[in-house]
Design a protein around this ligand. Structure first.
Ligand SMILES: N[C@@H](CCC(=O)N[C@@H](CS)C(=O)NCC(=O)O)C(=O)O
Length: 210
């Protein structure tokens, strides 16, 4: 039975789930759910996600929401390369990095910088953007400091990398994001490594550089 991923192609979290499916080689369908549509998401979508966010996943009789649960389910339920390290230290590092990305990078970089700049054609509150950029820069600096392997949690790609790609992709569509990354040589090399992956090309956002 093919899993079905519900969500919009522009979404950071939908892309993380898509990356997990693609990296695992899982044949799947995607149903477009525009959570920000003027008249709201389809009324029946709340039955899939009681908090009205994307993504959600259907696999046979099983319905799931929250990216953290979806990507771990995809990794556990399907054959293909493991996306979670077995080694407890690397696994803990992966989980810590995901938590950092979720809690300290997503809001400032994606909403505070990218969305703020793109929604009003640049005519946004510069003080607010600068404050958000400072938070995002701090976060990238912490990740850079800890990055001593090819991937964020060791020598192989993990869910942490798949969470980070969509956030960075939006960040890099802004001058602030490009300047931040330029200050982080390890993270810049990681980004080039990730951009070379077919999964990252296949899930590219509209407007994202190839
Ligand atoms: N905790 C959720 C967050 C998902 C999320 O925030 N998705 C965004 C799109 S990237 C969304 O649905 N936003 C709708 C809203 O904020 O109302 C998860 O990990 O799946």
């Amino acid at each position: 039975m093919k899993p079905i991923l519900y969500g919009a192609a522009y979404s950071v979290y939908v892309r993380a789930a898509r990356l997990a499916l693609i990296e695992k080689g899982v044949d799947h369908d995607r149903v477009e759910v525009d959570i920000f549509a003027a008249d709201g998401p389809p009324p029946d979508y709340l039955a899939r996600h009681p908090f009205g966010r994307i993504p959600a996943l259907q696999h046979g009789a099983m319905s799931l929401y929250e990216t953290s649960a979806i990507v771990r389910y995809v990794d556990d339920a399907f054959p293909g390369p493991a996306l979670q390290p077995r080694d407890p230290v690397h696994r803990a590092r992966m989980n810590q990095t995901i938590s950092v990305l979720d809690n300290y990078l997503y809001r400032p970089l994606v909403w505070g910088v990218y969305v703020a700049r793109s929604e009003k054609g640049g005519a946004c509150d510069e003080a607010l953007v600068a404050a958000a950029a400072a938070k995002a820069r701090h976060c990238l600096g912490v990740i850079e400091r800890d990055l001593d392997r090819p991937f964020l949690a060791g020598d192989a790609i993990t869910l942490a990398d798949l969470y980070a790609v969509p956030m960075l992709a939006y960040g890099l569509m802004t001058g602030e994001g490009r300047a931040m990354l330029a200050e982080c040589p390890q993270l810049s090399a990681w980004w080039r490594r990730m951009k070379a992956r077919p999964s990252v090309a296949e899930s590219r956002f509209a407007g994202e550089a190839a």
